[in-house]
Design a protein around this ligand. Structure first.
Ligand code: SF4
Ligand code: SF4
Length: 265
């Protein structure tokens, strides 16, 4: 089966449906190598879902949180490796390699969304141990505050999309972006960051050019059954009530778990 990748750009500056970016690259999702990587990812996703479903998750229970965090620490690196291997194999079936490279980072000014609770808990567990944690929390808070002030400027069903676009125009990079343009949490970054690419010149990923007809940003989606398994994993952790925005989700995790102290025993 040949199908096009999905464009992430759905609205323009006024919230009108975008006419650009609606033709993504075509990938062959039925190529044997892709199916093989999909099967490995399917196994990794099933393991993640089982782990999440087996965990008791009373939000205020520190022992349950530590147990879940230890499980995610054991599972997530392999899950992300399988995820990246699948995406890489899909990209190989396209005619042109993406323009993306280390240090290219206009896209890190998006207000990152659709982040799953197991990703937030895992990433929070990683950053909460670092010396930059307090300043990162302040950075997350500033960005969430900016987004919500932009969100209040619009009403109606497109208000969220308009706020996302206006936030992007502010060119406020993710607090994890390093001064060298590289992601500071690369191994732990969420799927939302791993699935986003461009076939056009990186200049079209910057500011208002993002809605230029020549911009060719696209996302790689997963097979539906894997998405469903990951949805069940997320649902199993719904008691934590973590927002799906990267910045707000990590802030909520900070409020719930704080800086995790290793168990002295
Ligand atoms: S999506 Fe655009 S800004 Fe991001 S790495 Fe790719 S080319 Fe660079
Ligand atoms: S987590 Fe990393 S890849 Fe994702 S937006 Fe932040 S700096 Fe960029």
């Amino acid at each position: 089966m040949i199908r096009e990748a999905v464009s992430p750009i759905t609205t323009g500056p006024t919230g009108d449906p975008q006419k650009t970016n609606d033709i993504g690259p075509a990938f062959d999702f039925d190529r044997p190598e892709v199916l093989e990587r999909a099967e490995e990812l399917r196994t990794a996703a099933a393991r993640l879902r089982s782990a999440c479903e087996l965990r008791p998750v009373p939000p205020a229970d520190a022992a349950a949180y530590r147990s879940l965090l230890a499980e995610l620490e054991a599972i997530m690196p392999a899950f992300y490796r399988s995820y990246d291997a699948y995406v890489t194999e899909v990209l190989r079936t396209g005619g042109t390699a993406p323009s993306c490279s280390r240090g290219c980072s206009h896209c890190c000014s998006h207000y990152v969304s659709s982040v799953e609770p197991y990703e937030l808990i895992f990433l929070h567990g990683r950053i909460a141990q670092g010396p930059a944690y307090p300043s990162q929390i302040i950075g997350l808070h500033r960005r969430a505050t900016l987004f919500h002030s932009l969100r209040r400027e619009s009403e109606g069903e497109l208000a969220e999309d308009k706020a996302l676009y206006r936030y992007y125009l502010r060119a406020t990079p993710c607090p994890f972006l390093g001064s060298d343009g590289a992601c500071g949490v690369y191994a732990s970054r969420p799927m939302s960051c791993r699935m986003f690419f461009s076939l056009s010149d990186p200049a079209f990923c910057k500011g208002r050019a993002v809605v230029d007809v020549r911009n060719r940003n696209f996302l790689i989606e997963l097979p539906e059954d894997i998405e469903a398994d990951l949805g069940r994993a997320a649902a199993a952790l719904s008691a934590y009530a973590l927002p799906e925005s990267l910045f707000e989700g990590l802030l909520e995790a900070n409020g719930a778990f704080g800086r995790f102290e290793p168990d002295p025993s």
